[in-house]
Design a protein around this ligand. Structure first.
Ligand code: NDP
Length: 500
């Protein structure tokens, strides 16, 4: 394993200087240092690299008030093309500062630099530009009216969409900046204002984004960032009477608590939750294509992907070959510092998470799953975990039923497409699924039968800013990305004009 004891030396001067700052909360365009502070830990070495502010309940009130004032004032006065211009400038600034920001993202999360560059920067720039364009394309409808109990006169009936209001965006650590932008971009395009609460482990990219928002000309109060815990800051945002919508990404358990708390105030809620996505290999699929795709479908981002292909189902006639092929790749994966170009997998986000992954693997072994490769913690500091495969599993085994959110693939075989569909759908989750085949008739049958928000054919985890991304079943409700994400930040007003 290649590892640097002092990987901070690999960083740009800009990233180092940002880490060296004391970080506050970002309210109404200003960084405010709080008295309650906590350490930000480099996920790779476990060392403290920075400190952040634990926001107070008073901060929550101030941030929501700033967002409300901007919503009804300066941001409401900006025309759609001006909101578009702001988001385009933010995309440009992300590009200009890409090295610094991707490095900060890697340090706070342990994710590979190639991954933070590709997702948190490149994909986010596309999302910002797409959502910028949407600001000028939010439509209503004109409708012919018949209203029988007002017999005389003529009517014009139409609908239009208004911004839903102040949005609390609550996001996890696994793609911290990318998911923050999934939330902020459609909200701002629709004319909403935002209070963003990042995971306490990964607050730094959110704070840097807030600074860039100001530089992009987004008025004070439109984007606010509160760092701190979900139980204090997140929960206070959810129950705050002046928050109109909760846009959440995280685990199914937290999502359920948020939905229950928001229901009493009838708040709009969108929830992007956990997943356990099947990767289904039909008999005719080419193993040379499928094997690397299945390996990186799970091991990319160290398995910390909501739509990782974490359940591999392979036709019985191909099963041994595919499982062994994926295992060979798993054994060859180079673990090490996320900042080195040669590293293929960095550490998991923290030691506690790594130990939970281990527990789930051990549970699978004791329930009868066959350990093909991995399953252990390398003898090395940092939250590393070996790429792991558990084969011959059944749906009720713990590591099959539960989201592991780590580099662990479970595998089973099937004999017919009907059986493959039953296995794929035998889960509480419904986020994504991929089907691997060249038989168009079989693909069509499978894609129609899959109960999940995204279905990929001969590709896995292919997300695009134009495609709505959302889960079925316990994977959530509502959408990030696509036009649907913008519409989810609006409310419809129906107007009748009467001419007598
Ligand atoms: P959590 O659900 O633990 O936390 C997500 C966010 O919610 C954090 O900022 C957290 O703060 C906050 N939070 C916790 N409790 C509350 C509460 N009661 N009220 C308001 N906010 C709260 O998820 P993780 O951070 O562990 O992220 C991993 C999960 O995210 C996985 O299940 C993964 O599948 C899911 N995810 C889903 C995606 C999707 O698009 N469907 C994409 C990426 C991840 P704190 O950390 O302090 O608890």
């Amino acid at each position: 394993m290649k590892h640097f004891e002092n990987d901070l030396e690999l960083l740009s001067a800009e990233a180092r200087s940002f880490l060296n700052r004391e970080h506050g909360v970002f309210i109404d365009g200003k960084m405010v240092l709080g008295e309650e502070r906590y350490d930000i830990v480099d996920a790779t070495t476990g060392r403290t690299v920075s400190t952040a502010t634990d926001a107070t309940l008073a901060d929550v009130d101030l941030a929501v008030a700033a967002a409300r004032k901007a919503l009804e004032g300066v941001w409401a006065q900006r025309r759609p093309h001006e909101r578009e211009a702001c988001l385009l400038r933010l995309a440009d600034l992300l590009q200009q500062n890409s090295r610094e920001i991707s490095e900060i993202a890697s340090i706070e999360s342990g994710r590979l630099l190639t991954n933070t560059r590709g997702i948190d920067i490149e994909h986010s720039i596309l999302v910002l530009r797409y959502m910028a364009g949407m600001a000028t394309k939010i439509k209503g409808a004109t409708l012919p009216l018949s209203i029988p109990y007002i017999p005389r006169g003529e009517f014009d009936g139409y609908t239009y969409r208004e911004p839903i209001g102040v949005v609390a965006a609550i996001v996890p650590w696994n793609v911290a900046l990318g998911i923050a932008i999934w939330k902020i971009a459609p909200a701002l395009a629709a004319g909403c204002t935002v209070v963003l609460k990042p995971s306490p482990q990964t607050p730094l990219t959110a704070l840097r984004l807030a600074e860039l928002a100001t530089e992009a000309g987004i008025p004070d109060g439109v984007v606010n960032v509160l760092t701190g815990s979900g139980s204090q800051v997140g929960a206070a945002l959810v129950r705050h009477p002046d928050v109109d919508k909760i846009s959440f990404t995280g685990s199914t358990g937290t999502g359920r608590r948020i939905a229950e708390a928001a229901a009493s105030q009838f708040k709009s809620v969108s929830l992007e939750l956990g997943g356990k996505s099947p990767f289904i290999v039909l008999e005719d699929a080419d193993p040379a294509v499928v094997i690397p795709a299945a390996a990186w479908g799970i091991f990319a981002n160290h398995g910390q992907n909501c739509c990782a292909g974490s359940r591999l189902y392979v036709h019985a006639n191909r099963y041994d070959e595919v499982v062994e092929g994926v295992a060979e790749i798993a054994r060859s994966i180079r673990l090490g510092s996320p900042l080195l170009a040669e590293t293929q997998m960095g550490p998991l986000t923290n030691l506690g998470h790594r130990d939970r992954v281990l527990q789930l693997v051990e549970a699978g072994k004791s329930e009868g799953a066959r350990l093909v490769t991995g399953g252990g913690r390398p003898d090395h500091p940092g939250a590393y975990f070996e790429p792991t495969i558990l084969a011959d599993v059944t749906s009720r085994m713990t590591p099959v039923a539960e989201e592991i959110f780590g580099p662990v693939l479970v595998a089973a075989s099937f004999k017919t497409e009907e059986e493959a569909l039953l296995l794929a759908n035998d889960t509480e989750f419904g986020l994504g699924a991929s089907i691997w085949s060249n038989d168009t008739r079989k693909i069509r049958k499978m894609r129609r039968g899959i109960k999940a928000g995204s279905v990929w054919v001969n590709v896995h985890n292919a997300l695009d800013m134009a495609l709505p991304f959302g889960g079925w079943k316990n994977s959530g409700q509502g959408f990030d990305l696509g036009e649907e994400a913008v519409l989810g930040h609006t409310r419809v007003k129906a107007v009748v004009e009467h001419f007598s």
